[in-house]
Design a protein around this ligand. Structure first.
Ligand code: CDP
Length: 789
């Protein structure tokens, strides 16, 4: 550290008092990380690079340190002394915590300022003078592969280019054969733009290291507290922060959507400073920092091809991807899946030949590749298949609804072995699309469209019928940094029949407190109001991989049912003992066991639980607790049929979504109101990249829309009145037949919207529009086809 004042100088308090404050916070409910206040707490702000690619010549902190209340300025060189200047990413790449010599993207962390209050920390940040020697950045992923491009990751010994990895799946030769013989082949280049998770709460933490007890409590906005604890122990174990000495508490989180899975440098710097000073360190990003520097999502350049017959039979697909990962691969994917679950991109259709390949490259952009409300690249895959399916339908002059109905996998064909290796568990795609078509009045709309066209008015109808893949995942294939992706539930029922259930997942607003309580209540017959749900504290919750990619219901939800069933088995034994009958003589109805044929001879679950502490059968373990670590046998495959209707103004190119019908199938529904809420929010986040959001950089590496003034996050004002419904095709392998739902609408909505806009202007010769489809982009396309002069 360049300079650091002691805790005494700033009135720091003794550790015991800090611990008490700590406990008070933990007991409180409804707190966000920014609400955490600990005695002696100091604040951190971060100096960020104005350049996308530059050498750091000098960092002059003298003016900052002269400000009263500024305690320290931390640089990469300081962290280097403890070997904490680099950290691993979740994809086993490496990422700078603070740079020692080179910055790799605009807004990258350069130094951290520690001060007694957050305003002083910001003044200090502004007073740090950094001298840079700018270099020409690589912003275009295609140019990144030029032999003349600078090698961005020269820190990696032997690295001679900017290529990160190559991935492929499917049968290349067979697929090529089908393509070479097919009557119809369509091809489309498309970009799924770089966007950002814009959750209401930004990222932040309070790192509170207790020197006396050699113990770190890390309050942080994380979707995966246990995984973070393990990562901290792996990164900082060598300085004494071993796993039992680390407690991660993730309190209420204001939205995560995948963006709160990665470990950001700010967290690590805060831990390092707290470790070195013994002071609690708070770091909360501001809105622009969150947008400019945290992990991005998407940024896939896809060439999609489809081969088929003239009468509309799909025969094969071929996708080629160039993935822009910024300066490091910091995706939050399961280890074996560098493109996440992109291989779901063969869609809902019955054909047997597919080949997909992807190459990832480094550029001078922020790293990431987060699973933004998406099972790791499913959004990109669904966009590709649902756009190319529409392009194929248009090429052969077939209605896109008819073409989909013709090609859907039939409900009796499940489990379906996809050409890229998935085994779809269940689905009824025909029923879903039919329901959506009936709800929206599809055939009448087509007639209306023809009529309107005669009057020079543009209306379009777009369909997306997607298959999702959620619930990562079965341990044979799914791990993050080697940790298998099971999840867990622990249920403790107290003597009076009231319960606490704890989970390895972490809600960010999805309502786990309600739905998990419902599952336990349903299985045990205890009223849900008597069940307290807790997540997010590694000292109390069982180990789990956290909440993202709609995995909570398929994994921890299943664990809740399984743990409750273990308890029901125990309850049966106790009931048999109390009623002096054999277990075979008992029947269960939610809330009690009774003797077959004599329902008055019964023991309620509350009586049974009480007996487990007071009068349990001899030889049986006392108490009423169970834990289950659920390793799913397969993923779950929810699906959806979405139809969007747009009206486009032929003069201004203004696009108005007239109607949007979303029929989802997430198997058995636990809570219809929560599912509807999930779908509403998710659809709005699907509207976002379709019409509004894209992070744009210029050639010099400047982000051109780094604030919410320019980065347009849609709100209720821009959203149509979403019309939702569902079909129910239970998952055959999930204990309660449920599939995940949270991400489905975000995944399924963009192609429905774009297909509708393209449909509205297709009679003018437009075959494809890149997202986000803004009025200006549409104007330019219409100009290109000669509509506007
Ligand atoms: O992992 P995450 O909680 O984001 O996603 P999810 O498993 O899709 O669940 C989102 C919310 O919807 C949770 O509260 C679920 O319990 C609920 N849900 C439901 O009520 N019924 C389903 N079939 C699926 C999810």
């Amino acid at each position: 550290m360049i300079e650091c004042k002691t805790s005494k100088e700033i009135g720091g308090m003794g550790h015991s008092k800090k611990r008490k404050e700590d406990a008070r916070f933990i007991q409180g409910k409804g707190h966000y990380v920014d609400d955490v206040k600990l005695p002696g707490m100091v604040y951190m702000d971060i100096v960020r690079s104005p350049y996308a690619y530059a050498k750091i010549k000098k960092i002059d902190a003298s003016k900052a340190l002269a400000i009263p209340g500024v305690l320290a300025v931390v640089t990469g060189k300081d962290l280097e002394q403890y070997n904490l200047h680099w950290m691993p990413t979740l994809m086993s790449d490496t990422q700078m915590v603070l740079p020692t010599d080179t910055v790799m993207y605009q807004a990258q962390e350069v130094a951290a300022v520690i001060a007694t209050d957050k305003y002083i920390a910001r003044d200090g940040r502004d007073a740090v003078i950094v001298e840079y020697e700018p270099m020409t950045p690589v912003m275009d992923p295609f140019k990144s592969l030029d032999p003349n491009a600078p090698v961005l990751r020269s820190d990696k010994p032997g690295k001679t280019d900017n290529h990160i990895w190559h991935w492929e799946v499917g049968d290349k030769e067979k697929t090529e054969d089908v393509f070479s013989q097919a009557d119809v082949v369509v091809k489309q280049q498309m970009h799924i733009p770089r966007i950002h998770v814009a959750s209401i709460e930004t990222c932040g933490c309070v790192a509170a290291y207790n020197k006396v007890e050699n113990h770190l409590t890390m309050y942080m906005t994380t979707q995966a507290p246990h995984a973070i604890r393990t990562v901290i122990a792996l990164v900082a174990g060598h300085v004494g922060l071993t796993e039992e000495k680390v407690r991660v508490i993730s309190p209420d989180i204001g939205g995560g959507f995948g963006g709160k899975v990665p470990v950001y440098p700010g967290y690590v710097i805060a831990i390092a400073v707290s470790f070195l000073t013994g002071l609690p360190v708070k770091w909360i990003e501001d809105r622009s920092e969150n947008l400019q520097a945290d992990s991005f999502a998407r940024d896939y350049h896809i060439t999609a091809e489809m081969a088929g017959t003239k009468d509309g039979q799909i025969l094969a697909t071929r996708f080629k991807v160039l993935a822009d990962h910024g300066y490091t691969d910091a995706s939050a994917n399961p280890s074996k899946f560098p493109t996440g679950l992109f291989s779901i991109g063969t869609g809902s259709y019955n054909y047997h030949n597919a080949y997909m390949e992807a190459d990832a490259v480094y550029t001078n952009k922020p790293p990431g590749g987060v699973a933004y409300r998406c099972s790791f690249r499913v959004t990109e895959a669904v966009h590709a298949i649902e756009r190319i399916t529409d392009i194929f339908a248009r090429e052969i002059g077939k209605d896109p609804a008819d073409l989909r109905m013709q090609n859907f996998i039939k409900k009796e064909e499940f489990p379906w072995a996809s050409p890229t290796g998935w085994s779809y568990d269940s689905g009824d795609y025909h029923a879903g699309l039919q329901k959506a078509m009936d709800a929206i009045g599809y055939h009448e709309l087509r007639k209306e469209q023809a009529e309107l066209r005669k009057q020079g008015k543009w209306m379009g109808i777009g369909i997306s019928t997607f298959t999702e893949v959620v619930g990562a995942g079965p341990s044979k294939d799914f791990d993050i940094l080697g940790i298998k992706m099971f999840d867990s539930a622990e249920i403790r029922v107290h003597p009076t029949g009231k319960a606490i259930a704890r989970f390895g997942t972490k809600s960010q607003g999805q309502g786990h407190e309600t739905t998990y309580a419902q599952i336990v209540a349903e299985e045990l017959g205890i009223p849900m109001e008597h069940i307290q749900i807790e997540e997010g504290d590694t000292d109390t919750a069982p180990y789990g991989l956290g909440t993202y990619a709609s995995r909570s219901t398929p994994t921890a939800g299943a664990a809740a049912a399984m743990a409750a069933r273990k308890l029901r088995d125990k309850a049966k034994k106790i009931a048999a003992y109390l009623l002096e009958v054999s277990e075979e003589d008992l029947e269960w109805e939610p809330g009690k066991f009774f003797v077959k044929g004599a329902p008055e001879k019964a023991k309620s679950i509350q009586e049974i639980v009480f007996a487990s502490y007071t009068n349990h059968p001899p030889g049986m373990e006392a108490g009423f607790e169970a834990t289950h670590y659920y390793d799913p046998p397969n993923l779950t495959f929810p699906s959806g049929a979405y139809i969007c209707v747009v009206d486009v103004d032929p003069e201004t190119c203004h696009i108005k979504i007239r109607r949007f019908v979303a029929i989802d199938d997430c198997g058995n529904i636990i809570n219809p109101m929560i599912v509807q809420g999930q779908v509403h929010g998710g659809l709005t986040q699907g509207l976002a990249p379709a019409m509004y959001e894209e992070l744009i950089y210029d050639e010099a590496g400047n982000i051109l829309n780094g604030t919410f003034m320019d980065y347009l996050v849609p709100t209720a004002v821009e959203s149509p009145s979403w019309e939702t419904g569902h079909t129910v095709t239970p998952s055959p392998h999930h204990p309660i037949g449920a599939k995940g739902v949270g991400e489905s609408p975000t995944v399924g909505a963009p192609p429905a919207i774009v297909n509708a806009i393209v449909d509205a202007v297709s009679h003018l010769g437009i075959k494809h529009l890149e997202i986000p489809v803004t009025p200006y982009k549409l104007f330019k396309e219409l100009k290109a086809v000669g509509y506007f002069k």
